[in-house]
Design a protein around this ligand. Structure first.
Ligand code: SAM
Length: 222
């Protein structure tokens, strides 16, 4: 949720209540974001408690610099690397783990991240901007069939095949490098308008999930 560019944590009290925090316990926030849940966990911990927080987004990690608290260990890592992170910190077990999956409002609101069709920006969409393929890299070289599968599987877009065909046609003329280009392609390919929804919504969601391997990483942890 967003409020003037800030992230309002979802179910803040309820989610942290569910952790049943022991003041001297060790907790893990696997998706720090802007630290709303982490701050609430710290507020409920005593001086002997400990919080380990992860995020794969370097900007989220940098935002933790505002929290001066020796009980907090902030680590730049995907939660698929949880076991290694805990090993490095010599933490053998934790008392509770919080996952708040998805994108944060700052990620959606910062045009240059390329997550949103509301702005014209480079088509990046990586949560971890320090590594991996951008959405533009992938869309400009993937096979039409693969694009259609991604858009269908992760966006449940009825016009997935038409979107993939339009992408391949457009990129033969010029590389698809911006959010506006992709949004315009979706507008030509998606023929039925869902009420209140932009024709690009499902495709953007699908490409974001694919580029960040969101479902694989979540499934890998369990
Ligand atoms: C909904 S936000 C979390 C908001 C946070 N609970 C708060 O109160 O500010 C989700 C965060 O999870 C991060 N994230 C997504 N997938 C991740 C993964 N596999 N490993 C670590 N962080 C991930 C994103 O970068 C984003 O910052």
């Amino acid at each position: 949720m967003s409020n003037a560019g800030e992230h309002i944590s979802v179910l803040l009290q309820g989610a942290v209540d569910a952790l049943n925090i022991r003041p001297d316990g060790v907790y893990l926030d696997a998706t720090f974001g802007r630290g709303g849940h982490s701050r609430e966990i710290l507020a409920r911990l005593g001086s002997a408690g400990r919080l380990i927080a992860l995020d794969r987004d370097p900007q989220a990690v940098a935002s933790a610099g505002g929290i001066e608290d020796v009980r907090l260990s902030m680590v730049h890592a995907a939660f698929s690397k949880l076991a290694e992170v805990l090993g490095d910190l010599q933490v053998e077990s934790v008392d509770g783990v919080l996952f708040d999956l998805g994108v944060s409002s700052p990620q959606l609101d910062e045009a240059e991240r390329g997550f949103s069709f509301r702005f014209d920006a480079p088509l990046d969409m990586r949560m971890d901007t320090s590594q991996g393929m951008t959405a533009a890299d992938w869309l400009n070289q993937a096979e039409e069939k693969e694009i259609a599968q991604v858009v269908w599987n992760y966006g449940e877009e009825r016009f997935a095949r038409q979107v993939a065909r339009a992408i391949v046609k457009a990129r033969a003329l010029a590389p698809i490098d911006t959010t506006r280009q992709l949004a315009s392609i979706c507008a030509t390919a998606v023929r039925t308008r869902e009420r209140g929804q932009d024709p690009a919504t499902r495709t953007f969601q699908a490409v974001r999930i694919f580029i960040n391997r969101e479902l694989e990483r979540a499934a890998g942890w369990w």
